[in-house]
Design a protein around this ligand. Structure first.
Ligand code: FAD
Length: 443
């Protein structure tokens, strides 16, 4: 008997709930798996049905792959706890956990992970797509922190993958775009983190084009202990926001400096000061919350939405932006909630000795533009992309693609061909093919 529920049932509604409200989630059947046995059962049922099997955890990236019509949707949210080994500095994270589930388990040992800006993002989806963290300029892409992945394959076999077990599949899973099987657990390296210096400095948007080239010049040679985000931000007038952000358009500079050990605290404070001082000398911020904090504070700094929203976004890896182009770029998206330039470089650029299909971003900046789904946002995203034309590298970070019509090229042709070979060898009948993000850009 199939475990997949039909539309109209409570089980179907729970399994198809998605963070991305702009994309319909209407598969032929849906199932929330609570154990590895459930996953194996669901894979067998999907195989028998002849329908493609699609995967989701939170639905943050629901727009990245094609419509779900005629597919079955599997949401693996296992009833297994996160296990931290403080001696080995590793965590075993079962499918279905968000960063919000994992971080309280690690921080009690003075350890953290290369998590992203939002605690509601799914750990497995984030890691498989590379993982851009505010700790990344020191430690690289989060996918490089993976030690092993446990996967249920299309034939129902449960396999361990690591640099010594099925190394080709382990390589392709890390950034290869999905479509290999159901990951039921990930083992990741943790990092010691005593304190961080974090916060947000906010300026009048009229100062943005003057400050941007100064930030970019600082970013070029900044120490790897700091990673920052330079954003035009227009948040709605939400009651929990401070008055200088609620319903206002501002320039915001947030991020983090690491202090892994007690002795690193003075240096971390100095690095944050060296970033803010030249900018404050040009234009004093209207607010500045940068200060020493516990690592737990980082997940709240970027002010990502906690509740599901209908959104459209665009993203690109960029060369540096020319001094004369900054004003045009920053003014191109007045209706966007955020137009972000994220500082890369450092360990983001160097990759890992034993990395996967995607182990680095060879670009100094990452652009992410996002707004509420609708014509105004679409128009602004197009205008920003046009303004960014001279800086486009032609590559994107897989985690930030959420629309089939957007560029999706994440690696060169040789890597793409190797990923496809592994995908074909792992899933020859294409059970998971619909879960693979298109590797080519739209024509
Ligand atoms: C508000 C917001 C903030 C974000 N912040 C960051 C950030 O700071 N850094 C960053 O790098 N990214 C960030 N992202 C992007 C995010 O990492 C990706 O959207 C990621 O794919 C989300 O994974 P998910 O499982 O939550 O989403 P889903 O949409 O549920 O899954 C996305 C894809 O992941 C794969 N997947 C999920 N679970 C499994 C599984 N168990 N086995 C196999 N494949 C699976 C599937 O291919 C699925 O299509 C953010 C996105 C949003 C909307």
């Amino acid at each position: 008997m199939t475990p997949f529920s039909r539309p109209g049932t409570a089980e179907y509604a729970a399994a198809t709930a998605s963070f991305q409200l702009a994309v319909p989630v209407e598969p032929a059947g849906a199932f929330t798996a609570r154990s590895v046995d459930d996953v194996v059962r669901a894979v067998a049922a999907a195989r028998r049905s002849g329908r493609p099997l699609r995967l989701t955890t939170t639905g943050h990236a629901m727009g990245r792959t094609g419509p779900l019509t005629d597919s079955l949707l599997l949401r693996p949210v296992l009833d297994t706890p996160v296990r931290v080994d403080p001696e080995a500095r590793t965590a075993r994270v079962p499918a279905g956990k968000t960063w919000g589930d994992v971080l309280p388990e690690t921080t009690r040992y003075g350890l953290t992970a290369l998590h992203g800006s939002s605690s509601s993002v799914g750990v497995i989806g984030y890691l498989l797509g590379g993982g851009l963290s505010f700790y990344g300029r020191r430690f690289g892409l989060a996918a490089n922190s993976l030690r092993s992945l446990t996967v249920v394959l299309a034939d129902g076999e449960v396999v361990e993958t690591s640099s010594t077990q099925r190394p080709d599949l382990f390589w392709a899973l890390r950034g290869g775009g999905g479509g290999f099987g159901v990951v039921v657990a990930a083992e990741i390296d943790l990092i010691p983190m005593h304190r961080i210096v974090t916060g947000m400095a906010v300026w009048d948007p009229a100062d943005a084009a003057r400050l941007a080239p100064v930030w970019q010049a600082w970013a070029r040679t900044a120490p790897p202990e700091i990673t920052t985000s330079f954003r035009m931000l227009s948040l709605p007038p939400l009651p929990f926001l401070p008055p200088y952000l609620a319903g206002k358009r501002v320039l915001a500079l947030d991020g983090a400096v690491i202090a892994p050990a007690e002795a690193d605290r003075p240096a971390a404070r100095r690095i944050a000061d060296e970033m803010l001082s030249p900018l404050s000398a040009i234009a004093p911020p209207v607010a500045n919350t940068w200060a020493e904090a516990a690592p737990e504070a980082l997940a709240g700094v970027h002010l990502d939405p906690a509740e599901p929203v209908p959104f459209h976004s665009d993203s690109a890896l960029l060369h540096e932006i020319g001094e004369a182009d900054w004003a045009r770029v920053l003014e191109a998206g007045p209706n966007l909630i955020a137009l972000e330039l994220r500082q890369l470089g450092g360990a983001f650029a160097t990759g890992a000795a034993n990395g996967g299909a995607l182990d680095r971003f060879a670009a100094p900046l990452h652009y992410y533009g996002v707004g509420l789904a609708g014509a105004d946002t679409e128009q602004d995203l197009k205008a920003v992309r046009t303004a960014l034309e001279p800086s486009l590298t032609g590559f994107t970070a897989p985690n930030f693609v959420d629309d089939l019509d957007r560029p999706q090229r994440s690696y060169d042709d040789e890597i793409r061909a190797r990923v496809e070979r592994v995908r074909h060898a792992t899933d020859p009948t294409g059970l998971f093919a619909g879960d693979a993000a298109p590797a080519r850009d739209p024509d």
